[in-house]
Design a protein around this ligand. Structure first.
Ligand SMILES: [Zn+2]
Length: 403
C-alpha cells in the first residue's frame, strides 16, 4: 500500500515548492514540484491531484494500491480507477491496482482562468502556439502562459545532470517567451528520481502531473502530442500514441486538457512552423545538444522536410547546416530503405514525391545496401532483437546528451 498525505507549500532557497509525503512499505519519501517565487501563489495544495497522477506509474510498477489521505478531484478518482488504470494494466502487463480516497472534491478550485502550453520551441510546440494565434480563437482559449518542466525529458532518471540541462534549455526558451510577451513558468521536480522509469513510456502522466499542481492558475492546457490521432495506438513504448485518451482521463473539475493539433502530421506541422517568423530564430529540435547539431535523427528529419518544402535557408542561423549537408544523402537513403516500416519517414518520402524533390543518385544506391542489411537483421536476428539493440543505443545517446 502507498499512502499519500496532504500536500504542503514550503519556501526553499531556490523558489516555492509544493510537497507531499508518501509512504510505501513503511518507507517515507517526498515528491516535490518547485516554481519561481513570482508564481508561488498558483501552487495547489487543496488537492493531491498532481501527486496521484505523478505517482501512478510508481504504484503500478510496484503493484501497490494507493490510499489518498488528502482531498482528490472526483473526476480524476473516477477516471483513473475505472478507465486509466485498467488500460495501463492492459498495455504494460501490470497487476491491477486501486486508488482509495474518502475526501473527494466536487467543486472546481478557484483559479486565474489562464491558458497554458509547454514550450520546448520544437515543431509540435510551435504548431500548438501558431494554431491558437488565429482571430477566431475564443479569448478563453488563447495561450497566455508557457511552461517548461524538469520531469524526465532532460534525462529519464533525473539527477543533477538532467537538472543542469533543464536550466540551460529553459534559458533558451525563456528568450522566446519574453520576445512574444508571454509569462513563462519553469517547474523543477524530483519525480524522475522517484520513478526511475523510461521517460517515453510514462511521459504524458509525468508532464500533466506538473500542470495539475498549478490548478490555481490554469483552466485550459494544451499538450502537444507528437502522434496524430489518425495513428492512435496503445503503445507500450510511448504514451503519446494514446494521448487523446489520456487528456480526458486526467482533466479535473478545474482544468481541461487538450491534445493539440490532433489531425496534423509532422510534415504539416513543419510547413505551418516555416511560415512563423520567430521560428527562424528559436526552432529547437535537437536530440543531443542545446543548439541544433544538424546531424541527429531529429535535426535531419526537420531539415530535410524544410529543404523539401523550400524553406531551409530561413533556418541557417539556428542549425548547423554544414553538418546537415554532409549527412543528408545518407539520411535520404535511410528514408527510402525504412519508409514502409516507419510512419514519420514515410511522411517525408510522400512529401518528396509531391514536391518532385530530386533524390540524389548516391542515396538511391546506398538505400539498396540499407534495405539488404535491414532484411538480414529481420530474418536472422528477429525483430525483437533489433528493437532491443536500438533501445540500448538510445540509452547510450541520452547519457551522452546529459553528460
Ligand atoms: Zn541534432
Amino acid at each position: 500500500m502507498i499512502n499519500i498525505y496532504k500536500p504542503k507549500i514550503v519556501k526553499t532557497n531556490s523558489g516555492t515548492r509544493v510537497t507531499a509525503v508518501f509512504e510505501h512499505n513503511l518507507n517515507e519519501n517526498i515528491l516535490w514540484y518547485e516554481i519561481d517565487d513570482k508564481y508561488g501563489e498558483y501552487l495547489t495544495d487543496e488537492t493531491a491531484d498532481g501527486f496521484v497522477v505523478g505517482l501512478l506509474f510508481y504504484a503500478l510498477k510496484h503493484g501497490s494500491d494507493m490510499r489518498i489521505l488528502a482531498p482528490l478531484s472526483q473526476n480524476l478518482y473516477y477516471s483513473i480507477n475505472n478507465y486509466l488504470i485498467p488500460l495501463l494494466v492492459k498495455i504494460h502487463g501490470y497487476k491491477q491496482i486501486k486508488i482509495t480516497c474518502n475526501l473527494l472534491r466536487h467543486d472546481p478550485i478557484k483559479n486565474k482562468g489562464a491558458v497554458g502550453t509547454g514550450l520546448s520551441c520544437g515543431v509540435d510546440s510551435f504548431a500548438t502556439i501558431i494554431d491558437h494565434l488565429n482571430d477566431d480563437c475564443p479569448e478563453g482559449y488563447k495561450i497566455n502562459y508557457f511552461t517548461f518542466f524538469n520531469v524526465g525529458s532532460h534525462g529519464d532518471n533525473g539527477g543533477e545532470r538532467a537538472r543542469d540541462l533543464f536550466k540551460e534549455r529553459a534559458e533558451i526558451t525563456r528568450k522566446y517567451a519574453e520576445e512574444v510577451n508571454k509569462e513563462f513558468i519553469t517547474v523543477d521536480s524530483n519525480i524522475s528520481e522517484i520513478l526511475m522509469m523510461n521517460f517515453e513510456q510514462t511521459n504524458t502522466l509525468r508532464s500533466l502531473s506538473a500542470v495539475l499542481i498549478l490548478q490555481r492558475l490554469f483552466n485550459v492546457y494544451y499538450y502537444s502530442s507528437s502522434v496524430p490521432i489518425t495513428r492512435f495506438k496503445l503503445n507500450k513504448k510511448n504514451t503519446n500514441g494514446y494521448d487523446i485518451f489520456n487528456m480526458s482521463m486526467l482533466s479535473t473539475e478545474t482544468i481541461r486538457f487538450y491534445s493539440s493539433c490532433p489531425m496534423m502530421t509532422r510534415v504539416e506541422k513543419t510547413k505551418l512552423v516555416a511560415k512563423y517568423e520567430p521560428s527562424y530564430k528559436y526552432l529547437n529540435v535537437c536530440f543531443y545538444e542545446e543548439n541544433n547539431c544538424g546531424k541527429c535523427p531529429k535535426c535531419l528529419r526537420t531539415l530535410l522536410t524544410l529543404e523539401v518544402i523550400g524553406e531551409i535557408r530561413r533556418y541557417s542561423n539556428v542549425f548547423n547546416l554544414e553538418a546537415y549537408y554532409s549527412n543528408r544523402n545518407n539520411f535520404i537513403a535511410t528514408i527510402i530503405a525504412k519508409k514502409q516500416s516507419e510512419d514519420n519517414l514515410k511522411e517525408i518520402h510522400n512529401e518528396m514525391l509531391r514536391q518532385n524533390f530530386k533524390i540524389p543518385l548516391s542515396s538511391k544506391i546506398m538505400s539498396i545496401g540499407f534495405k539488404l542489411k535491414l532484411n538480414f537483421k529481420n530474418k536472422f536476428m528477429g525483430k525483437g532483437r533489433v528493437i532491443k539493440l536500438k533501445s540500448m543505443f538510445r540509452t547510450k545517446s541520452i547519457r551522452n546528451e546529459a553528460s
